[in-house]
Design a protein around this ligand. Structure first.
Ligand SMILES: [Zn+2]
Length: 365
């Protein structure tokens, strides 16, 4: 199996186009066409993690945080990033990261794991992404409508929330006049032709555009396929930042925080003043999530669980919500389990290891 077989699979689950603009997810180091000897899963890549991969005879590290965020002009080993890269290059170890693209998927994302650990129900994306959905309209002769529609669905179009095979179909008449050089499927050259057609409308994610259009053209009988693509302003309920859900039964605040501390295996929770209100609605965001505080308040969450809140940002709770900062590493530690679960679905006979290195740079006294 090649490294690209693994990374391509991960990118069907967490497409790179889902990552934030500042991010650098994807294959960061290495040749994707090399045979993979095994995978080492980690949250961060450090020299110690590369050494562990070498000792395990594993040539692919899959991490949550990209080791490189911005351009490197020199690689001389003057900091841990450069030393880690040099060690990996010398030993032919590839490095891959699935970061904000993995954060943002509803069904198998980083926040999904946190929601599961806390036992949240009715979970949805806290801040759904906007502008990543397209509408495709295609005109198909009546007898081919079923075939083309099914091909569109199979290629990934027509999914809305928990529903697939969604389309709208309206019958009408198409007209065309084939030119001298044309090779028309129906009608005669240089004669106006009228054909009963179906206008099929489906939504599709932007990252599947090429795949869907190629499949549509392959299955369509016409030499020139008439179709339109529109960019939608709809929010996409399946992709975005943070998640929100509900506890089965409301819990007293202090008890809930103790349970969070235990469930998320954290040494310390920094939180705002208790509001003397039971907790029912819970918003979460793994990693640095303070940018979502206003969304959590707007969604009327009782608690917002995240990491990396700064002193002044705690004031922004303003009695409207309980902020619980569980730590960046702690909130994302289950990402390793998530990688393992996703990889095992497809590569169950492959060597997949968890790092034994504690890469959290923050220690508690
Ligand atoms: Zn993070």
């Amino acid at each position: 199996m090649r490294i690209s077989d693994i990374t391509n699979y991960l990118e069907t689950l967490a497409p790179l186009s889902f990552q934030e603009s500042y991010d650098n997810a994807g294959l960061i180091l290495g040749d994707a066409s090399n045979q993979a000897s095994g995978v080492l899963i980690t949250l961060d890549v450090t020299e110690a993690v590369v050494e562990e991969a070498i000792a395990l005879n594993v040539n692919l590290i899959i991490a949550h945080h990209p080791i490189v965020f911005s351009g490197l002009k020199k690689i001389t080993g003057k900091n841990y990033v450069e030393r880690t890269l040099i060690k990996a290059i010398k030993n032919d170890v590839a490095i891959y990261a699935a970061h904000t693209n993995l954060d943002s998927v509803l069904q198998h994302g980083v926040n999904t794991m946190i929601c599961q650990k806390l036992g949240l129900k009715n979970t949805t994306i806290l801040d759904p992404v906007v502008g990543k959905l397209l509408k495709l309209v295609v005109f198909v002769p009546e007898n081919y409508a079923d075939k083309v529609r099914n091909v569109l669905f199979k290629a990934g179009a027509g999914t809305i929330g928990a529903y697939d095979s969604c389309s709208f179909n309206s019958a009408g008449t198409g007209t065309f006049k084939a030119g001298e050089t044309a090779n028309p499927f129906v009608g005669e050259k240089e004669k106006l032709h009228r054909e009963p057609e179906v206008r099929i409308e489906v939504v599709l994610p932007e990252h599947l555009k090429t795949k869907v259009i190629d499949a549509m053209i392959q299955s369509h009988p016409y030499e020139e396929v008439a179709y339109d693509i529109y960019r939608l302003e709809n929010a996409w309920s399946q992709v975005g930042s943070g998640m929100i859900g509900e506890l089965e039964t409301a819990e007293e605040e202090a008890n809930f925080l103790h349970r969070v501390k235990h469930s998320l295996n954290t040494n310390c929770i920094r939180h705002t003043e208790l509001r003397q209100k039971p907790v029912k609605k819970v918003a979460v965001c793994g990693g640095a999530g303070s940018f979502l505080l206003k969304h959590a308040i707007k969604a009327q969450a009782d608690v917002f669980i995240s990491g990396d809140f700064k002193y002044h940002q705690f004031f922004d709770a303003d009695g409207k919500i309980l902020i619980a900062d569980v730590g960046h590493f702690e909130s994302e530690q289950f990402t390793k389990e998530l990688f393992y679960e996703l990889l095992m679905r497809k590569f169950s006979n492959f060597a997949i290891h968890f790092t034994k290195v504690n890469t959290n740079p923050i220690k508690y006294l």
